[in-house]
Ligand binder design. Structure first.
Ligand code: SDX
Length: 428
């Protein structure tokens, strides 16, 4: 047990407990700092701040380790299924056969949406970005599922959780169908979670949809790899929204909005657009030079990470999925060659080595989703389908935390001090 930390400023001294987790960095509990010293900590971007205690996901960025409830991500991606991983993240353990059957049935039985929700799509332009639709339609769920918005009722929290996890693929597929002018398909509860989503997205009422097991397996792995990731920006958004007592549908809608950003979940769309812009390996040096140029805002999308200062373990698995699906589907897309060559060049370039910039989960996920047939505008929507499980698990953990209170950070104020109002006719 580490001795308490001592902090002295302007003659005021306080001792602050050092708390240890089961693994990873200890934390200095500074909750009494302001009361004892009259000072705040200052940490824009929260680079050195633990915002909560959690038992769900552990990341060791230096070692490139990612554990869901203690299980390594590569083992889960290779051996588990998305619904089994969802049960693990939500409930803390891998389900036994009865729990697995019950959880699968609960999710499967919530895949349909209220018929009137489908009318919302007709209000959007056909060329609306599907993430814009998802922000709106998921938030609108709060207007339909009133019997699961009481956040203080554990049973309602569970029903809302199952509804969100189950309906995200249906809503996402509808956003895609609407954009291409094809009819919506209802869920088929005889299919797997991934298979059902593929059919609703790529199937048509005019003929049966044959699910390619290679594509279904790649989809499962994609969903598993992106399900949770500790206190990333969108998860922190969901926690902060939930801390005010907002209903789960509003919280997940807020998480979707945050995930959309190109620095976060929107990077998969940006990374694939970047690979297509590079077009061929000979143009890579030009883009590497731009990424190094301080005067150029361009960054290599799909590279770098706030936590991983080693290879993102998800990217390793995703690279394998990309190679498998391209080989098995016989897709000869030069974009994968560009990706591999870019990765090789970047990983041997001192700039990237010094700044510990490795490919992250978004670097190869776009290649996989493009190979399956999704347009780039749907990439972050798929990320949101997967991450809804993590958001729900983290939101539930927060709601069950007896110490939970509304999140309300402070600031370092550098604006004008007191000044009196000057009437318009007296201003210069
Ligand atoms: C996700 O948090 C999570 O867990 C997120 C996520 C999840 O599962 O939830 O893992 C998913 O969001 C993955 C990240 C996807 N984003 C991208 O691929 C976008 C490109 N990456 C960068 O924008 C950046 O790396 C971030 C945003 C991911 C991380 O930025 P940080 O930690 O704030 O680091 P930084 O911006 O301060 O960069 C440190 C240095 C800077 O140079 P200096 O000012 O020190 O000289 O590295 C440089 C940056 O210029 N740098 C890059 C770069 N990323 C950082 N230079 C070129 N290309 C890049 N991609």
């Amino acid at each position: 047990m580490t001795e308490p930390a001592t902090f002295s400023v302007d003659g005021k001294t306080g001792n602050y407990p050092v708390l240890a987790g089961s693994v990873g960095p200890e934390v200095v509990d500074i909750r009494k700092l302001y009361a004892q010293t009259g000072r705040f900590t200052y940490d824009p971007g929260f680079t050195s701040t633990a915002a909560c205690e959690s038992k769900i996901t552990y990341i060791d960025g230096d070692a490139g380790i990612l554990l869901y409830r203690g299980y390594p991500i590569d083992q889960l991606a290779e051996q588990s299924s998305f619904l089994e991983v969802a049960h693990l993240l939500l409930n803390g353990n891998l389900p036994n056969p009865t729990e697995h059957a019950d959880f699968t049935r609960n999710i499967t039985r919530h895949t349909m949406i209220h018929e009137q929700l489908a009318q919302f799509y007709r209000g959007f332009r056909r060329d609306a970005h599907p993430m814009a639709i998802m922000c709106g339609i998921v938030g609108a769920m709060a207007a339909f599922y009133h019997d699961s918005t009481d956040i203080h009722d554990p049973q309602q929290r569970i029903i809302a959780s199952h509804r969100l996890i189950a309906k995200m693929p249906t809503l996402a597929a509808m956003a895609y169908k609407y954009s291409i002018g094809q009819p919506f398909l209802y869920p088929d509860n005889s299919l797997s979670f991934a298979g059902n989503f593929l059919r609703m997205t790529f199937g048509v009422p005019a003929e049966p949809y044959i699910i390619d097991p290679v594509v279904e397996d790649a989809m499962e792995k994609l969903l598993i790899l992106q399900a949770d990731h500790e206190q990333n920006a969108s998860t922190s958004t969901v926690r902060l929204a939930g801390s005010s007592g907002a209903n789960p549908f509003a919280c997940i809608s807020a998480g979707i909005a945050c995930l959309w950003g190109p620095a976060h979940g929107g990077a998969n769309e940006a990374a694939l657009n970047m690979l297509r812009e590079i077009g061929r390996p000979e143009r890579i040096p030009e883009f590497i030079a731009r990424a190094k140029n301080k005067d150029d805002p361009f960054r290599l999308m799909g590279f770098g990470h706030r936590v991983y200062k080693n290879y993102d373990p998800r990217a390793k698995v995703m690279a394998g999925v990309a190679k498998t699906i391209l080989d098995k589907l016989g897709i000869d897309d030069p974009i994968f060659d560009v990706a591999r060559e870019l990765e090789h060049i970047a990983l041997n370039d001192p700039y990237f080595i010094d700044k510990k910039l490795y490919p992250n989960v978004d670097f190869y996920s776009g290649v996989v989703m493009s190979a399956i047939g999704f347009p780039t505008s749907m990439f972050t929507v798929l990320f949101a389908i997967s991450r809804t499980v993590g958001w729900i698990a983290q939101w539930t953990e927060m709601m069950e935390d007896p110490e939970q209170k509304i999140g309300r950070p402070r600031q370092l104020y550098t604006g004008p001090t007191h000044r009196d109002y000057v009437p318009l006719n007296k201003r210069a």
